[in-house]
Ligand binder design. Structure first.
Ligand code: AMP
Ligand code: ZN
Length: 113
């Protein structure tokens, strides 16, 4: 997608702090971290949001969920992490290329947030 910043990052047209990459996905650090560790796991295929995912995306969605485990391991936070997805503008989505927020690295127990 021409105007999508995550597509540009994936294409190497914008700089990023890449953490790792796997089958159909790439993980890079969020530019404005909301936790000690905050990484975005992003499918290489452009899809606007979780709310627009179709049955044909089943494999990709499965790979993204399993990627959380692998990236958490890489970050050394496998014992405690959160995964969040915002779908739609009123839910707080600001970049319309599906992504999972992987956060962790806290020293204390987290409450619901
Ligand atoms: P969301 O609100 O779920 O759409 O999240 C978008 C996330 O992308 C936010 O946490 C932003 O801080 C992050 N973000 C925006 N631009 C960039 C960028 N160029 N590199 C890394 N993260 C970004
Ligand atoms: Zn995109």
């Amino acid at each position: 997608m021409d105007d999508c910043i995550f597509c540009k990052i994936i294409a190497g047209e914008l700089p990023t702090k890449k953490v790792s990459e796997g089958d159909g996905w790439v993980a890079f650090r969020d530019i404005a971290p909301k936790a000690p560790e905050h990484v975005l796991i992003v499918p290489k295929e452009h899809i606007r949001s979780l709310g627009e995912a179709q049955d044909t995306h089943k494999d990709m969605l499965g790979r993204l969920m399993l990627a959380t485990r692998e990236v958490a391991e890489t970050l050394g936070i496998r014992d405690a992490y959160q995964v969040k997805v915002f779908s739609g503008e009123n839910a707080g989505q600001t970049v319309f290329h599906l992504h999972l927020h992987l956060t962790g690295g806290w020293k204390e127990k987290q409450s619901d947030n």
